[in-house]
Design a protein around this ligand. Structure first.
Ligand code: PLP
Length: 458
């Protein structure tokens, strides 16, 4: 507020000095007398007092709630308990629960430094070498969509920014079209479409009875949606449930989407991180592309290359011809220009170097397997601890069936709050835990916390 910075008792120093100087010199304005100085001072004081009580123009802005995912990390930092665990944000940690910078990233950065590359603006659509690498990683270099130049690729501000750019494209060129979102989904999806003013509705995905996929519910909701809707699908390692359709179920999902003339819209935030294989994790996207369908795919390198803060990802639009793809790309650029002008270069160069250098590429695959492997180990250890410690006979095998970074525990809001308040286990209130933030040493402690919350809190 103005009152916090403006003095109440006198004119500002420059004005005071001016007034005094004029008075002393008596030259600039002969009629400027002491009474004038006093009058000016009084009027200034009145103005200042008015400003002091004036209500802020931003007063109607209410306090925004903390982000349900990133807010968890803030609360975690403030906790001093030695057993505390941050299972909120989906970020990989080492066995010592420290952040991890991949060796291939360090090597790529060293190469970049040696080359002394400049910091000039990138084109609006991003780094050409990155765009080529990212599309090839997604589809495979020899995929027909690549060979026929049917993919419009634009570098985006990681997964979130790429989804946001696609949402802007939908809002502009498919006004009124709905995006169907899985229930539940990653916490930010709804925000992205809300802010882009794209209507959305949910399709059933999770069955609490089986802690598995509600496949029939999913199919019937996709069938019931207006023809030509966009269907948002998680390419692999569904967040938050960790439950993916089987290859046979993917085929049926593709059948219904084709029948209904819907447009599939994939969010691929975990390629390579789910199974440890880049190709296996892209198989859902490739299945749809192989049917000749037009589709959208947002990619992120936050998790698989650990480039969270570099904000590197892409939006790919597979079109029916190279001509359409060219036009779509031109419009993606048009949308990006007034939003952020052009994307950052550092992460794009890292990806292009890692994917474009066969030694680094192989090393990356090994590191990814190591990360995915560590998560699989703690998943198994958590399951073993839950089964050994819980004498109630409850079947915890769903923990083993889920894949990727997360486990959807089935704990409700009150139970999730008990995990935090009593056990210092920080997690989102939908019952999701990020196994990437768990160490083997803390699996038993976590199992105790889950068993207590599940059986003793309703
Ligand atoms: C399903 C899903 N999509 C997209 C993202 C986007 O992440 P980022 O913007 O860091 O790439 C995430 C991150 O957690 C995610 O889980």
């Amino acid at each position: 507020m103005a009152s916090a910075i403006l003095p109440l008792s006198s004119p500002s120093r420059p004005l005071r000095n001016d007034l005094k100087a004029n008075w002393k010199r008596g030259t600039s304005n002969r009629t400027f007398l002491r009474k004038d100085y006093t009058k000016a001072k009084q009027s200034f004081t009145r103005t200042r007092m008015t400003l002091a009580v004036e209500v802020s123009r931003f007063n109607d802005i209410t306090m925004a709630p903390p982000d349900p995912i990133l807010g968890v990390s803030e609360a975690f930092k403030a906790d001093t308990h030695e057993m505390k665990l941050n299972l909120g944000v989906g970020a990989y940690r080492t066995e010592d629960l420290q952040p991890y910078v991949l060796n291939v990233v360090k090597k790529a950065e060293k190469l970049m430094l040696e080359r002394g590359e400049n910091k000039e603006y990138l084109p609006i659509e991003g780094l050409a070498a990155f765009n080529k690498a990212t599309a090839e990683l997604l589809f495979g270099a020899n995929n027909a969509v690549i060979l026929q130049q049917r993919v419009a690729t634009a570098q985006g501000l990681s997964g979130t920014g790429s989804l946001r750019l696609a949402a802007a494209l939908i809002e502009r060129y498919f006004p009124g079209s709905k995006v169907l979102i899985s229930s539940p989904t990653w916490g930010n999806h709804k925000n992205i479409f809300n802010d882009a003013r794209v209507p959305w509705s949910e399709y059933r995905y999770y069955d609490p009875k089986t802690v598995g996929l509600d496949f029939d519910g999913m199919i019937s909701d996709i069938k019931a949606a207006p023809d030509g809707s966009f269907v948002l699908l998680h390419g692999c390692a569904h967040n938050p449930t960790g439950i993916d359709p089987t290859p046979g179920q993917w085929e049926k999902i593709a059948d219904v989407i084709q029948e209904k003339k819907h447009i599939p819209f994939f969010d691929v935030a975990y390629q390579g991180f789910a199974s440890g294989s880049l190709d296996a994790d892209a198989s859902s996207v490739r299945l749809f592309a192989a049917r000749g369908m037009e589709l959208l795919i947002a990619q992120s390198y936050s998790k698989n290359l650990g480039l969270y803060a570099e904000r590197i990802g892409a939006i790919n639009v597979v079109c029916s011809s190279s001509d359409v793809a060219e036009r779509v790309k031109s419009q993606l650029k048009r949308l990006a220009r007034p939003m952020y002008s052009n994307p950052p270069v550092h992460g794009a160069r890292i990806v292009a170097n890692v994917v474009g250098n066969s030694d680094l590429f192989d090393e990356w695959k090994e590191e990814m397997q190591m990360m995915a492997g560590r998560i699989k180990n703690v998943r198994k250890k958590l399951y073993d601890s839950l089964s050994a410690k819980d004498s109630s006979g409850k079947d915890w095998s769903f923990v083993l069936k889920q894949i990727g970074m997360f486990s959807f525990t089935g704990l409700n809001k009150a139970q999730s709050e008990n995990m935090t308040n009593k056990w210092h286990v920080y997690m989102t209130k939908d019952g999701r835990i990020s196994l990437a933030g768990l160490s083997s040493a803390k699996c038993e402690y976590l199992a105790d916390a889950i068993i207590d919350s599940y059986h003793n809190v309703s």
